[in-house]
Design a protein. Structure first.
Length: 493
């Protein structure tokens, strides 16, 4: 129901940017990335001594380092998306590789003060990867004509028509800038021949009982964080820390939608509708942490990460065509770019609890618990009607996400072995879609001042991908699986 409300307001206001609540949801998610040790432990890293992932989970963990260290991590992996539409299943896979973590930390030790240790460092981390391909196909009751007809329902004809002797691509950009998104889409469908205009009323030129749709999405991009962090240890029992992160986000997506199977009496027999979106942003956040370890065998911790404030910019482009087009609209293509004003995106804060229990001298159990309310995400300024409506959709669609990460690490002087599991609850209200499970396994080898760790991780997530930004119900159920092999090299000073 919330998407119907969202849609009706968008008809009146147009988009202030190219983002929807579905896009914001993408940026809220974090990948199962980090060091090889962290991945092998299911992401449980708050008390992971001597590992940069621990500092990013709880900045107080920098004071767990005994010596300064430099570290770098590389992963190789594959992402698979299996889309199910009706009785049709379409698997699609893509490989990926990246340096996903690098940084260093310096440790200063004092034997003359109760504040016996100070640690300062810098870390780069890839927070998420948006690389992936998706294909879906199947019969639908709602064709793209219903999408355009709904958008055109409140439009005034003179606001969507090209001027005499005006190039169609110039009219497309002008109408979008002057009258908004819905008017621009009406122009696209009108000159593309999917809509007709009679005495100021727009109507569909398509006839069908059901329609066969083929949908494809290709995306790439990433979200990175560059973090400076500092921490201090008081009598080796209380550890305090803080960090400041600069986040860099980029996302690029092409979607392709083809329709066929119209009735024989339909004026339209084939249609295509392609979209391009490019988004980039720069954000900032802070993290504050506390660890308490009354003994080497036991520890508790807590960290609070502030909201992340992004300055965002969007660009979009489209292609549309039918065999009933009124104009040669091929000039409206991916080379004709809609540029939107910069805006602010706020991703919500999070609270993380950490614990460790040494079950025996070589065996340690680690667990992290995190809470984050996805419904608190916002597009700003909130006094913009379109942004306000998107924020209502976010608050009414998403809820608090709980994440459990736990792992066992067996360590000897030279060798170590690890196993882990993580679970992230569904972000949707009254739905189990979006729940993610992570599995990890790995081992490590110490030699002199160096350590090399290997980790394998596998994650699975089920979700829904809408063909029309959730305005129409046309969608595919998607199972996303990621497999990664990670190696981390650490050199201690």
């Amino acid at each position: 129901m919330i998407y119907r409300v969202l849609f009706m307001v968008l008809l009146a206001t147009g988009y202030a940017a190219a983002q929807t609540s579905d896009d914001v949801y993408r940026y809220l998610q974090s990948g199962s990335l980090g060091s090889a040790r962290a991945q092998a432990l299911g992401g449980a890293s708050g008390f992971l001594k001597g590992d940069l992932s621990s500092v990013l989970t709880n900045p107080a963990a920098g004071a767990l380092f005994d010596y300064g260290a430099f570290s770098s991590s590389l992963f190789l992996g594959a992402v698979g998306n299996t889309a199910t539409t009706g009785d049709l299943t379409n698997p699609k896979r893509k490989g990926e590789a990246s340096i996903n973590q690098a940084g260093g930390i310096l440790v200063f030790v004092s034997e003359e003060s109760d504040w016996n240790k100070i640690a300062l460092g810098f870390t780069y981390q890839q927070e998420n990867s948006y690389s992936g391909n998706l294909k879906a196909a199947g019969l639908a009751d709602s064709g793209m004509d219903q999408y355009f007809t709904a958008l055109a329902s409140n439009q005034i004809a003179e606001n969507v028509l090209a001027y005499q002797n005006e190039y169609i691509e110039d009219a497309y950009l002008r109408v979008g800038a002057e009258s908004g998104f819905a008017a621009q889409q009406t122009l696209l469908a009108l000159y593309g021949g999917l809509l007709g205009l009679n005495e100021g009323v727009f109507s569909s030129n398509a006839q069908y009982t059901s329609i066969f749709q083929k949908f494809e999405s290709r995306s790439k991009g990433r979200k990175d964080a560059y973090t400076i962090h500092g921490s201090a240890s008081y009598k080796e029992k209380w550890l305090l820390g803080a960090s400041l992160s600069i986040h860099e986000l980029s996302f690029e997506r092409f979607t392709y939608l083809d329709e066929e199977g119209y009735s024989t009496e339909s004026a339209v027999t084939t249609s295509l509708f392609d979209n391009y979106l490019f988004t980039e942003g720069i954000g900032v956040s802070a993290n504050f942490g506390l660890l308490w370890q009354p003994s080497p065998q036991f520890g508790l911790g807590v960290s609070y990460k502030t909201p992340t404030w992004f300055t965002m910019s969007d660009r979009s482009a489209q292609r549309f065509d039918t065999d009933n087009r009124l104009e040669d609209i091929s000039y409206i293509n991916f080379g004709i770019i809609n540029v939107y004003d910069d805006y602010t995106m706020k991703l919500p804060s999070s609270l993380t609890l950490n614990s460790k229990v040494a079950l025996s001298q070589p065996l340690t159990f680690l667990i992290d618990y995190q809470r984050q309310n996805y419904g608190d995400a916002q597009l700003l300024p909130n006094n913009d009607p379109a942004f306000n409506t998107q924020n209502v959709a976010l608050a009414s669609t998403f809820s608090t996400v709980e994440t459990y990460r736990m792992g066992l690490e067996y360590t000897t002087q030279r060798y170590s072995a690890r196993i882990g599991y993580g679970n992230t609850s569904s972000p949707y209200i009254n739905s189990d879609l979006g729940e993610r499970k992570d599995y990890g396994l790995g081992f490590g080898l110490n030699y002199g001042p160096s350590r090399i760790d290997f980790g394998l991780s596998y994650s699975t997530l089920n979700d829904t991908v809408f063909f029309f930004d959730q305005i129409l119900p046309n969608a595919a159920e998607v199972q996303n699986n990621r497999f990664r092999a990670n190696v981390t090299y650490t050199f201690s000073l």
